[in-house]
Design a protein around this ligand. Structure first.
Ligand code: SF4
Ligand code: SF4
Length: 366
């Protein structure tokens, strides 16, 4: 913990700790400084220059996300000079951007660059680059949609993949106007050891990296976000189901999720298409011969929809018959990491005390 100091931000005296950045002090005091390359989960780099502020006695504007406070420092976060600089920086970003930026929907209307362009009333300049420099949807990854025409080289994807996921897929290659994000040494994402977690898309502030499955499906204001807990394993990650017209159209990270923050694995982020799949089982089925109590046909016969009591009674009778005829160890019980602790406890009791076998395992190692 650094020593207690006092700084002045926009005319207000604020207590701070020596060593804090201007941005962190401002945020904790409720003063908004716009950011693009900065994300609270990632190492600050100060490269986009959107968070610049005026620090008295400093010749140049300083990036608030990396500049440390000092006792007595006087800071202006929204002076004429600061706003002009941010506007100019945005203009330079948009100059190297597709002409449709201000109506672009690649990130479902939740693009941080677009929001700032509206806030600072900056449009794509006439003198900017025309046309697309890169192939749209350029990577064969089935889950992450890549359109580097919309990239602002903020490097959040590079840091998210390295610091959150530990895969180091993305890098920055070339210099100057040719600078761009590449996977590995310029190969596809999967060739560069990508495991399709989607962290890079979740942290990308523009539509350069986005989720393929939800591309152009719904705009941000059309969906209702429902926070839920993932059922794929026992970690208990939380995220937001994005629901439109009663259907789940996307999973997005919820930065306030206590266990996982923004991080999700490929199953949690992209394994939601089973929810409305026509092949999804929504009620129990049994083979017709079991229902009729007749002999088992060679092909085991057709499936018939039944209610839960009927299905459970047939399963119980079959388990009892196997135990009584061949002994308790002829039965094995496989539980699931998707079950609650209490449910797994009950399965343990069922296996050892009802059936009388220690043949019980779970699927958490899958
Ligand atoms: S999907 Fe995950 S592993 Fe693949 S590049 Fe993005 S962050 Fe890295
Ligand atoms: S792809 Fe997105 S996150 Fe990565 S550098 Fe470009 S704008 Fe930033």
């Amino acid at each position: 913990m650094g020593k207690q100091i006092t700084i002045t931000v926009d005319g207000k005296q604020i207590a701070a700790q020596d060593g804090q950045t201007i941005l962190s002090v401002a945020q904790s005091a409720g003063v908004r400084i716009p950011t693009l390359c900065y994300h609270r989960d990632l190492t600050p780099t100060g490269n986009c220059r959107i968070c610049v502020v005026e620090v008295e006695k400093q010749r140049f504007l300083q990036a608030a996300c990396v500049f440390p406070v000092a006792d007595g420092m006087v800071i202006h976060t929204a002076s004429e000079r600061v706003r002009k600089s941010r506007g100019r920086t945005l203009e330079l970003m948009l100059a190297n951007h597709p002409q449709d930026c201000l109506v672009c929907d690649a990130s479902s209307g939740s693009c941080e660059l677009q929001d700032l362009a509206y806030e600072y009333q900056v449009t794509v300049p006439e003198w900017g680059s025309k046309g697309k420099r890169y192939i749209v949807d350029s990577d064969p990854n089935p889950f992450v949609r890549v359109d580097f025409n919309k990239c602002i080289l903020c490097r959040r994807c590079v840091l998210a993949c390295a610091e959150i996921q530990g895969r180091h897929v993305w890098n920055v290659a070339y210099r100057g106007f040719d600078e761009k994000i590449v996977a590995g040494p310029g190969v596809t994402m999967l060739e560069a050891r990508c495991e399709s977690c989607g962290q890079c898309a979740a942290y990308c502030p523009t539509g350069a990296l986005s989720d393929s499955m939800s591309h152009a499906v719904a705009r941000a204001h059309q969906v209702k976000k429902v926070m839920t807990t993932c059922t794929y394993c026992g970690v208990g990650c939380q995220y937001d189901l994005n629901v439109k017209d009663g259907r789940v159209v996307q999973v997005t990270s919820n930065p306030d999720a206590p266990v996982n923050g923004m991080a999700l694995c490929v199953k949690g982020r992209y394994g939601y298409d089973f929810i409305h799949h026509p092949d999804r089982l929504t009620q129990p089925k049994v083979r017709r011969y079991l229902l009729e109590g007749s002999a088992r046909p060679r092909d085991r016969g057709e499936w018939v929809d039944v209610d839960w009591d009927t299905a459970l009674n047939i399963a119980a009778a079959k388990l009892r018959s196997a135990r009584d005829t061949y002994g308790p160890d002829s039965v094995g019980v496989l539980t699931s990491a998707k079950c609650l602790n209490e449910e797994n406890y009950l399965m343990n009791k069922f296996s050892r005390q009802v059936i009388g076998t220690n043949n019980i395992d779970h699927c958490a190692r899958l």
